[in-house]
Design a protein around this ligand. Structure first.
Ligand SMILES: Nc1ncnc2c1ncn2[C@@H]1O[C@H](COP(=O)(O)OP(=O)(O)OP(=O)(O)O)[C@@H](O)[C@H]1O
Ligand code: SF4
Ligand SMILES: [Mg+2]
Length: 390
């Protein structure tokens, strides 16, 4: 499989002072059904204090990416590329070497706090070597009566409080990188924001570069500087939070935003992305989002689009129609309409039926019925149709 690069020029320049530098990371799992291409060329660089959000649907490869960085994947996994911590290559280190890196230099916060805590030990013992330090850390993460609570067992805490304890353990050794994988997903909605706040405090306190992994774009908005949107094992859009939230270029990102409730929108119609991500075993050629994309047309099936710079050097997206969402100021509800998605999905049920779906252009159709000007689009599409016929 071709290695697809997703590193912009600006990122290449900033790699020199990176604390964590991941380049062209690929992870494959041989299985009885074939090779699962779980991560296909992910790259990112973090400098001290940077906060990166990795978002994407279930199965997009977020956890496999973080487990590869932490050296926690099963031996059967085939990992290529490079993961450097302060310039030292981590891929290929043995278990003893990796366990020195884990916890000390790179700490991880998992979704379920119970998996990180040992039920038979008091939390104080699990946090730090001295009681005084454990109490300080419990105070830092906002646990009331910390001096008494160090003597409690994990089951004596609520889910939200347990996750605070896990964050206290994660920062106990002043790590330089914290990876939080869905840290709030298992928690009650009411405590999710509090735990994110604690994570932010922990990050401020340690100055650690942080990766926040989530399937929920709403979680990352107030917390991260940069976003990496994953789909089918690849980065399909990268940029600052403002780039991705206000100037999204990849239809998948537009779809994610359209399916997310926003507090700033008075009247918002949620438009879910229909269908499911493709199989990661022998995926068909072309754009992996094609079967679910309302903007799909024949050329999308020719080759998988590479991540290309858009707007500014640090914003990139993987879509051959990358300029059109901005040129037409299109909103999620304009393109992810019920009708257009159904038509595209129905057509995608058999690759051979694609030609029918391409007879109309959902973007142009959507825009024709909206307040936006559709003229530039129609002209472009007519040109493309002619090219395709030639
Ligand atoms: N040990 C394994 N063997 C085979 N396939 C695996 C293995 N671990 C993960 N995968 C596959 O790799 C893909 C990516 O999985 P991953 O856990 O990274 O997804 P994710 O983005 O973290 O999803 P979620 O939001 O559900 O946590 C999935 O298709 C998964 O089934
Ligand atoms: S390349 Fe085509 S199918 Fe893929 S996201 Fe862009 S318009 Fe949609
Ligand atoms: Mg996961």
């Amino acid at each position: 499989m071709a290695i697809l690069t997703d590193t912009t020029e600006e990122e290449r320049r900033s790699r020199t002072d990176a604390v964590l530098d991941v380049q062209d990371l690929q992870v494959r799992f041989p299985t009885d059904d074939g090779v699962v291409n779980a991560v296909r060329g992910i790259s990112f660089s973090l400098r001290p204090g940077d906060v990166l959000g990795i978002v994407g649907e279930s199965g997009s490869g977020k956890s496999v990416t973080s487990m590869a960085v932490m050296g926690l994947l099963p031996r059967s996994a085939k990992i290529t590329g490079s993961v450097k911590f302060r310039g030292r290559e981590l891929l290929g280190l043995n278990d003893a070497q990796m366990s020195r890196v884990r916890g000390k230099s790179i700490a991880m916060v998992f979704q379920d706090p119970m998996t990180s805590l040992d039920p038979v030990y008091k939390v104080g013992v699990q946090i730090a070597e001295t009681v005084a330090r454990a109490v300080d850390l419990l105070k830092l993460v906002g646990i009331p009566n910390a001096a008494d609570r160090v003597a409690n067992y994990p089951h004596e805490f609520s889910g939200g409080m347990r996750q605070r304890v896990v964050i206290a353990i994660a920062i106990a050794n002043q790590p330089e990188v914290i990876i939080a994988d869905e840290p709030t997903t298992a928690l009650d909605v009411t405590v999710q924001a509090q735990v994110l706040e604690v994570l932010k405090t922990a990050q401020d306190e340690t100055g650690a570069a942080t990766i926040l992994i989530t399937h929920d774009l709403g979680v990352v908005a107030g917390m991260v500087d940069r976003l990496l949107v994953m789909y089918a094992g690849r980065a399909v859009e990268k940029g600052t939070v403002d780039d991705v939230f206000y100037r999204p270029r990849m239809p998948y990102t537009i779809g994610l935003l359209g399916s997310m409730p926003r507090v700033d929108a008075r009247e918002q119609r949620l438009t879910p992305i229909k269908g499911a991500p493709p199989s990661l075993i022998n995926p068909p050629p072309g754009c992996p989002f094609g079967p679910r994309c309302p903007l799909h047309y024949a050329r999308c099936d020719e080759a998988e689009p590479d991540l290309v710079p858009v707007d500014v050097d640090n914003h990139s997206a993987a879509c051959i129609r990358v300029d059109e969402p901005v040129a037409t100021d299109v909103a999620p509800e304009d393109i992810f309409t019920d009708d257009s998605s159904d038509a595209t999905l129905a057509a995608a049920s058999a690759l051979g039926a694609r030609a029918e779906a391409d007879a109309g252009d959902p973007l142009a159709d959507a825009l024709a019925g909206s307040a936006h000007s559709a003229e530039p689009n129609r002209e472009q599409d007519a040109r493309r149709d002619e090219e395709e016929r030639a």
